[in-house]
Design a protein around this ligand. Sequence first.
Ligand SMILES: [Zn+2]
Length: 268
Amino acid sequence: MEIVLLVYFAVVGVVIGSFLNVCIYRIPKEENIAYPPSHCGNCGKRLKVFDLVPVFSWLFLKGKCRYCRSKISPRYAIVELLTGLTFALLYNKFGLSVDLLASAFLMSILIAVFFIDIDHKIIPDELVVTGLAAGAIIIIYNIFFPMQIYRGGQWWDPIVGMIVGSGTLLVIGLIGMIIYKTDEAMGGGDIKIFAPIGIFLGWKMTLLALLLSVVLAGLISFILIILKVKDRRSTIPFGPFIVMGTFITYLYGWDILEFYISTLVLRG
Ligand SMILES: [Zn+2]
């Protein structure tokens, strides 16, 4: 039964990933995500049901439009597979629970954030607001039915998470502005997206996600500069690191915190 559900949630993830492709493409252009229906970006031909089967259509058509033969980016299939994998791992972590629903919802928003921030260096307010709306429901639900992610914390844990998450980045941003005398030290989108993340994770896990995001950003930027993919002066968006930090926190956050407390704090 476990394996059936695992495959089921992977497939659900792939289908949601297909919808995220539409969001990633249209939201930054301020286009409606429901209308017009999917069409080829090159010839404009409206796609039929059999052109829209996630992953398989792309493989079957060998990455080309059925009508004009123009190349379709493999990224569409990658986003779908990545979302499927994300959902499967979250099911493996949380089982059949409200935590699974909540984490899958947040990660769906964040997968869109990941690619939109890479493409356009922005995090759209629509995604932040969607996260906050779901976050409000979670805050209320958690008062009556405590969720796994907060590990028996207080009912206000998610609210403090929101303040701590966005607040910390806001302070870092302000300090950066003063030191570097620029107004672009920390993107406003990064500060805003940590509000819903803070609610979904609670304050302890939010602090860990922040730390992981910063460490990952430093490490990966360093590697990209060494490999000469980026140079020292190019700006690398922070959003993708926030997304990775949050996902690692979902999967291993409490294990990391407990390991830290047991090995470093107690022995020190
Ligand atoms: Zn076409």
